[in-house]
Design a protein around this ligand. Structure first.
Ligand SMILES: Nc1ncnc2c1ncn2[C@@H]1O[C@H](COP(=O)(O)OP(=O)(O)OP(=O)(O)O)[C@@H](O)[C@H]1O
Ligand SMILES: O=P(O)(O)OC[C@H]1O[C@H](OP(=O)(O)OP(=O)(O)O)[C@H](O)[C@@H]1O
Length: 206
């Protein structure tokens, strides 16, 4: 890939637009997004934008392909990557919760989730002997159908849970979108990244 002054990793989907606008407001000259799902870039030597799946953002930033990225704390908690996380951007607020069928209070033997590492850590901390089943979407269905006797999933309004007739047993973690920065790039591109981080912090103040 051509080298750019800065490469930014953003997740396509729910938080893309807000992430894009937050970085623009902070003064980063991002290329226009007319043709999504591409490697987008402006003029030679400018800022390049990678549009990725959520869980790929920490990978691209950790391995230094992108110097910075925006991703949900939920994804970071599962990623196992040691990224510098200097700004809580505030949007994309949701929580990671333990969800069960109403009245189910017995031991959890099988737990389904899109967050297998986070969930495995939880089981270990609590000393629960359960199998983790990794799924890719519509996680609530695992509890509804009996595939699992609990799920760990994102809750925001609670509407999906209610519609599925499930209950939020416990909030395990709170999540918002975060700016993530490659640790080496922070040193090498300090002059570019420090003011951007400072500006994003100012703008993210409630
Ligand atoms: N219902 C929700 N309300 C608010 N924020 C949410 C909600 N669901 C997820 N989020 C946050 O937004 C991020 C992106 O969610 P999105 O639905 O776009 O991706 P996804 O479907 O989980 O992932 P992918 O499509 O990349 O596998 C999540 O990682 C989380 O931080
Ligand atoms: O509490 P709520 O406001 O109802 O939001 C929670 C739902 O949103 C997310 O699903 P998404 O729409 O991303 O679909 P997915 O299950 O395919 O990931 C999450 O997995 C829940 O299902």
């Amino acid at each position: 890939m051509k080298r750019f002054r800065l490469t930014v990793a953003l997740p396509k989907g729910r938080i893309f637009q807000e992430a894009y606008e937050a970085l623009k407001r902070a003064g980063l000259p991002l290329p226009p997004v007319e043709n999504a799902r591409a490697l987008l870039h402006g003029e030679e030597g400018g800022v390049a934008l990678l549009e990725l799946r959520n869980k790929d953002v920490p990978v691209y930033v950790d391995l230094g392909i992108a110097e910075i990225g925006v991703v949900g704390k939920d994804v970071l908690l599962d990623s196992g990557r040691d990224l510098y996380e200097p700004v809580d951007l505030g949007f994309g607020a949701c929580r990671l919760s333990l969800i069960r069928r109403p009245g189910d209070t017995g031991p959890i033997r099988r737990i389904a989730t899109k967050y297998p590492n986070f969930t495995a850590r939880l089981l270990k901390e609590r000393g629960w002997a359960a199998d983790v089943v990794e799924l890719s979407g519509n996680i609530e269905l695992a509890a509804v159908t009996g595939l699992a006797d609990a799920v760990v999933d994102v809750v925001q309004t609670g509407a999906t849970l209610r519609a599925a007739g499930l209950v939020e047993v416990e909030v395990l973690a709170h999540s918002t979108a975060r700016l993530v920065v490659n640790r080496q790039a922070l040193k090498l591109k300090r002059d570019l990244l420090k003011p951007l981080i400072a500006r994003l912090r100012e703008l993210a103040q409630p």
